[in-house]
Write a protein of this length. Structure first.
Length: 419
């Protein structure tokens, strides 16, 4: 008796409709209650069927109406109108179909009473993808976008909009609901905005002190460097390039030096705020090391050598790939010539470092410019041009002198005839 009682109670409950749009499908002892999850269906909606049964079942949906499209157990409302959906339910026992039941549910698709006429973001162009009957949007924005400004315009002037305005973006997924209300009707648009993670790369691609070699040689994952400069050097110029173009570098430029230790910090700030610091210690010597003479075999420097002048310039032809440098200091001093390899086209910075027994150093710089073929042609052309101009000027002067002499002779002859 109890089993029969429970069975009757279950069947009664299954017969109670979920809402006015529910229907029941009964075949013998098998019962299924079918309803839609939403009372009002608007164009663009995806509606799901709810089905309860006292046994296992499978369903088949068919419809000849063009206003809707059926995908699995969902209805996609395509356009305004009325239609019918046939639902066939196969009742299963031990995975075998024991009976079937077919029922028809009427569908009415409405134009939304409330909707948006426009939905825009200042940081993203929605014009080509926004439609008033599409309610979900997925957007990806770069890390630099810390906030967005949602502008929503309702179709009806009497509608109220909430959820728009200025919004802060967290890294990752951000979901915003824009709700349109008028009377008892509401419609929700959802913006799913993914803010990308910022780059964590706070390393340098290069670190250069103009005219000098770092010790040790630069590596992006090494953060401490030393540099020795002579007493003659009053400032240095630091250059640094980050590996990530979105990173910011601080601590570069031209800096004055004082005698002794000079410490510099080159700070790299990654896009996401990660920081790394490269340390540069520059020791300006106060010793007395210096060169006694500096010559380039076969060439003259731009100015005569002086032990207290530390930079010299020289130009060589395009076919010159190396020069012989003679640098002499006191016997107890050590002389090193750095970067004196094959000359490249353009400027080549060669350093002559003098180190005294007390380990103080003085550095001289020789800037050798190797001309390329085009540069030489231009120089030769310019020389010939100026020689040609000079020749023309000389000819003009000679002609002028000749004309003046002829005129003078003619005047003398006229005076003689009158007498």
């Amino acid at each position: 008796m109890k089993k029969i009682f429970y069975f009757l109670i279950l069947n009664i409950l299954l017969l109670i409709p979920f809402n006015v749009y529910a229907t029941s499908c009964i075949k013998g002892n098998y019962i299924a209650n079918i309803s839609l999850e939403k009372e009002n269906i608007y164009v663009g909606d995806n509606i799901h069927f709810k089905i309860n049964s006292n046994v296992f079942f499978k369903t088949t949906y068919t419809s000849a109406n063009e206003i809707i499209k059926i995908e699995d157990d969902y209805i996609k409302a395509l356009e305004k109108g009325e239609g019918l959906i046939d639902i066939t339910i196969d009742f299963l026992v031990n995975n075998e179909i024991k009976d079937s039941c077919t029922t028809t549910i009427p569908i009415t698709v409405k134009e939304p009473i409330v909707s948006l006429k426009e939905l825009t973001l200042k940081e993203y162009d929605l014009k080509d993808i926004f439609k008033s009957d599409i309610y979900n949007y997925e957007i990806t924005l770069p890390y630099q976008n810390e906030s967005i400004n949602i502008l929503a315009t309702p179709l009806s002037e009497n509608s109220q909009v909430t959820g728009d305005g200025e919004k802060t973006l967290n890294v990752g997924l951000n979901e915003f609901k824009i709700i349109v209300e008028e009377g008892s009707e509401t419609l929700t648009y959802t913006l799913s905005i993914f803010r990308e993670e910022g780059s964590k790369d706070a390393t340098l691609k290069s670190l250069i002190v103009e005219g000098y070699l770092l010790n040790p040689k630069f590596k992006e994952n090494s953060y401490n460097y030393q540099l020795e400069v002579g007493k003659d050097i009053n400032d240095i110029y630091i250059k640094a390039t980050p590996n990530d173009s979105k990173a910011e570098v601080k601590g570069t430029g031209r800096f004055d030096l004082t005698t002794g230790q000079n410490n510099f910090s080159i700070i790299v700030v990654a896009e996401d705020g990660t920081t790394k610091t490269y340390h540069l210690n520059v020791n300006k010597n106060k010793g007395s090391s210096s060169l006694n003479s500096l010559t380039i075999e076969g060439y003259n420097l731009d100015t005569p050598f002086q032990s207290d002048k530390y930079t010299y310039f020289l130009e060589v032809a395009s076919n010159i790939t190396e020069v012989k440098i003679n640098a002499k200091a006191n016997e107890e001093d050590q002389v090193e010539i750095l970067n004196n390899d094959t000359l490249n086209y353009g400027k080549n910075n060669i350093l002559i470092r003098v180190t005294s027994p007390d380990k103080t150093t003085t550095t001289y710089k020789l800037v050798i410019t190797r001309l390329n073929a085009n540069s030489q042609k231009i120089i030769i052309t310019n020389v010939l041009f100026y020689l040609f101009l000079a020749l023309i000027v000389i000819v003009i002067i000679l002609i002028s002198i000749f004309i003046k002499r002829n005129l003078k002779n003619k005047n003398v002859k006229k005076i003689s005839k009158r007498k």
